[in-house]
Design a protein around this ligand. Structure first.
Ligand code: ATP
Length: 270
């Protein structure tokens, strides 16, 4: 579980001071002894960790070690076979559908394939980020959305530097622009937790760096707790406060990023 040092790291970042005693922050995510198999194939077992408010944690590991599966278990998109997940004080594993919907409205996701609706405008795609809070047709298209929602979506687009592309169809964007729209969509509802599954996988190195910088500067400004999967060791060490490593069907690593170097991280892949 999260130690006091990790809590102080998150607090130091959120206050920007790094000085004095930090109050203990709430634990936003607590995973306890999670195990998951698909059929007869065990993916991982006995995975436990906790994340404090405002912490950024990178999940790393070789292909197929179960990083995405772990993320989906934490988010309650699939059920773990055993163990428990608590998110923002709700027991995800035992939550009723209405509780899960309420929880998901406080959570944002940026995935590898940004999953925009291609034939809709950029602005409508960002308005979709409010569907968790306002289910229904009014938040399907910007033309139907209430003024407040349209304004929130425009503000989010402004933060990612794409306000001037609000009316462009999403399928006319470059990969980097699409991923920025996906970030705006994830942030528009002011989530408490952001999940990102290899957010730079489809981008060239320069665009990937830009997207990571933008994603983390916005997330940190808003004090959001971030869980991200990355195959880039430098990203894990630069943007994560902590690194969780999956290998051999177990959580093999749970270490502060500033206590790790790339060579140590590479050992996880041997
Ligand atoms: N719905 C599913 N049904 C059966 N097997 C699955 C399912 N989803 C994932 N798997 C398997 O579980 C294992 C872990 O997959 P997962 O996508 O979680 O790994 P990963 O670490 O995220 O991989 P990568 O780094 O390649 O993205 C893989 O062997 C995958 O084929």
């Amino acid at each position: 579980m999260t130690d006091l040092l990790d809590k102080q790291t998150a607090q130091e970042r959120s206050t920007g001071t790094g000085a004095g005693f930090a109050p203990v922050l709430p634990v936003d995510i607590r995973a306890c002894a999670l195990s998951k198999s698909f059929g007869d194939t065990l993916i991982f077992s006995d995975v436990s960790f906790g994340l404090s408010r405002g912490e950024a944690v990178a999940i790393v590991g070789s292909n197929g070690t179960g990083k995405s599966t772990l993320l989906r278990c934490i988010m309650g998109l699939i059920a773990a076979d055993s163990g428990q997940v608590e998110m923002l004080g709700t027991n995800v594993s035992a939550a009723r559908p209405a509780e899960l919907r309420k929880l998901r409205a406080q959570v944002g996701l940026v995935s590898q394939k940004h999953n925009l609706v291609p034939r809709l405008s950029v602005l409508s795609n960002v308005v979709h980020g409010l569907l968790g809070q306002h289910p229904g047709l009014r938040h399907w298209s910007q033309a139907l959305a209430p003024t407040g929602s349209r304004e929130a979506a425009m503000e989010a687009l402004g933060k990612v530097g794409l306000a001037d592309l609000a009316n462009r169809r999403a399928d006319r964007l470059s990969g980097g622009q699409s991923q920025r729209v996906a970030i705006a969509r994830a942030l528009v509802g002011q989530p408490k937790i952001l999940f990102a599954d290899e957010p730079t996988a489809s981008l060239d190195p320069a665009a990937g760096e830009d997207v990571m910088d933008l994603f983390f500067s916005l997330a940190r400004k808003q004090g959001v707790t971030v869980v991200f999967i990355s195959h880039h060791m430098s990203h894990a060490l630069t943007y994560g406060d902590r690194v969780l490593g999956l290998a051999g069907k177990k959580l093999r690593l749970d270490t502060r990023a500033d206590h790790l170097n790339e060579a140590e991280l590479r050992e996880l892949y041997d």
